[in-house]
Design a protein around this ligand. Structure first.
Ligand code: 3SL
Length: 235
């Protein structure tokens, strides 16, 4: 049971392993929003890469979430703030979602055998799921427009640490080791550790501090969203 960490969606082809379970990570904010959505009773989600695809679902009458550069796009129902999904109006719905980075990471991973969604909000559920599956694991970090980011790497490091030191997983991958080291520096104060990070600052400028704090809070939503065909469903 080998672990690897892919720091950006663009690097996915270098890491593709037909036997791996892929954990897609976009802590700020797509995978935190998706985890929150399923915890709050969303029935299915359809992640799409482009705004055009999202718009075509909107014309068919779907509820559609569309975000670019941190903001909800005009004419759509929702963005990627997890707080938008803590609402009775999403219960039982199928929601289409496109975001700047998170849904790009899902798209990049489409060749994977299995894709699950990870965030601090479902941290222990992800560990439980992976240790029971006993397969190779590839963490795919969404980053920011194909650049590295710290928050996704920190989550990969947290999970990799537990899988290696508490269960029988191994790694010989430098990106996994780096993620584990980074997490060990940050784990006592994730929010403070990220204070100079690009994404935290980008969202703070949009007045989204509340989102950042929530997205860094472990185990608020014990659910595993998993891809089945083109849909995300609750495992
Ligand atoms: O959700 C995402 O794809 C994010 O990376 C974009 S945001 O800046 O958090 O809105």
């Amino acid at each position: 049971m080998n672990i690897e960490v892919c720091f950006t969606p663009q690097a996915y082809p270098l890491f593709h392993n037909p036997n791996s379970i892929v954990v897609v990570i976009d802590i700020l904010r797509a995978t935190s929003a998706i985890t929150t959505a399923f915890f709050n009773g969303v029935s299915k989600m359809i992640p799409v890469a482009t705004v055009e695809e999202a718009a075509s679902y909107k014309h068919q009458g779907y509820m559609v979430a569309a975000e670019r550069n941190g903001e909800i796009l005009e004419g759509f129902d929702l963005g990627n703030s997890p707080f938008g999904y803590m609402n009775a109006k999403v219960k039982g719905k199928t929601i289409v979602i496109t975001t700047t980075n998170g849904t790009q990471a899902i798209e990049a991973s489409k060749q994977a055998k299995k894709i699950i969604i990870g965030s601090f909000l479902n941290q222990d559920s992800v560990i439980d799921y992976l240790r029971k599956e006993k397969k190779d694991v590839l963490f795919v970090c969404a980053g920011w427009k194909n650049k590295f980011n710290m928050e996704d790497t920190l989550f990969a490091g947290a999970i990799a640490h537990d899988l290696i030191y508490k269960y029988d997983f191994t790694t010989s991958c430098d990106s996994t080791l780096s993620a584990i080291h980074l997490h060990s520096l940050a784990k006592h104060n994730l929010y403070g550790f990220l204070s100079n990070s690009s994404h935290r600052n980008r969202l703070a400028k949009l007045d989204l501090e509340r989102d950042i704090k929530y997205c860094l809070t472990p185990n608020q939503c014990p659910v595993i969203p998993i891809m089945e065909g083109n849909f995300l469903v609750k495992a």
